[in-house]
Design a binder for this molecule. Structure first.
Ligand code: DON
Length: 307
């Protein structure tokens, strides 16, 4: 007899909880205060069934897991040509907070690193008058993917702005090169609000399932982005979603993925499922250590490796 999905996920949760490697992110004060051993796993099928275990109703800030979705939003809104003029699709091979610009064009290498995510945020919100309108536009878009109304966690936003010097420096460099032409502080405020949107692990699994289902939200049925946009987004996630760990991730796990410093990790298996883990202890590359362990098992047990 096959093990029912909830039992399987519970066993998986208990298994990854035995591993206490890694530390919570400490460069954002509000994240440093997070309980390190909260842990949750969710899997959402493209048919709209979501299974979850552990701390699945705990809200945490989406952080870098927002990056592929806002990249998709920019592609959907402005088209490939306009976005490709400002953003590359190559892995950077460097940490997420490096500048990593292409030598001749000065485009950030991809939209998964901070420099590229700041550009994608700016492109998607270019018609906004200020950072609060930018935040509203992004929150509304992420809400359509989650299938419920999301909001910005103001405490995380304020806390992150206090230590946002590196992102401000990156935005000023982008402004110097004309990759953005808007006011750098306002763009970074908008981008930081984007990273501060509160989600649960179930929200993330559904958002990942939307990409897996060629841009169609599995519960609402809304076609949030076009299939070619979902495909492009998954391609860049596969190449660069796990930063300088992207190659070993793709080799071992084989699922397009994206991690964030609050401990979120999503994976989208085209045509099948979106999965998400929330576990705040991070490895040296800034990826959720238990998240990696969970996805390694999921991939092996369910035959989820793409190749
Ligand atoms: O820009 C930052 O530093 C954070 N708001 C997001 C970084 C992040 O989640 C990187 N992920 N591993």
């Amino acid at each position: 007899m096959r093990t029912p999905v909830p039992d399987y996920l519970q066993e998986l949760l208990e298994n990854i909880m035995t591993d206490s490697a890694g530390q919570v992110a400490d460069y954002i004060p509000a994240l440093a205060a997070a309980p390190p051993d909260q842990c949750a796993i969710a899997v959402s099928t493209v048919h709209g069934n979501t299974y979850s275990v552990g701390d699945d109703s705990v809200e945490f800030s989406i952080q870098s897991v927002s990056k592929p979705f806002v990249y998709a939003a920019a592609l959907e809104g402005l088209g490939f040509e306009a976005v490709d003029q400002k953003l590359g699709v190559e892995p950077s091979g460097e940490a997420f907070d490096e500048l990593s610009l292409e030598a001749e064009t000065h485009r950030p290498k991809n939209a998964m690193i901070n420099a590229g995510a700041i550009v994608a945020h700016n492109l998607f919100t270019i018609a906004s008058n200020d950072h609060s309108e930018r935040a509203d536009a992004v929150t509304a878009f992420l809400s359509r993917l989650a299938g419920r109304d999301l909001h910005v966690d103001d405490e995380v936003f304020q806390s992150e702005m206090e230590t946002a010097h590196r992102n401000l420096a990156i935005a000023h460099m982008l402004r110097t090169y004309g990759v953005i032409t808007e006011e750098p502080h306002d763009v970074v405020r908008g981008y930081t609000a984007q990273c501060s949107v509160s989600v649960t692990v179930r929200d993330l699994a559904m958002m990942a399932a939307t990409l897996a289902d060629r841009g169609r939200q599995p519960i609402t049925g809304e076609q949030v982005v076009a299939p070619h946009v979902a495909r492009r987004t998954l391609s860049v996630m596969a190449a660069a979603g796990m930063y300088d760990g992207a190659g070993s991730w793709l080799t071992a796990v084989g699922i397009p993925a994206k991690s964030g410093v609050s401990g979120g990790l999503i994976g989208s298996l085209p045509g099948q499922v979106g999965a998400a883990v929330f576990a705040p202890r991070l490895d040296e590359q800034g990826n959720s250590a238990r998240g990696i362990r969970a996805f390694s098992r999921l991939s092996a047990d369910m035959g989820m490796h793409l190749f």
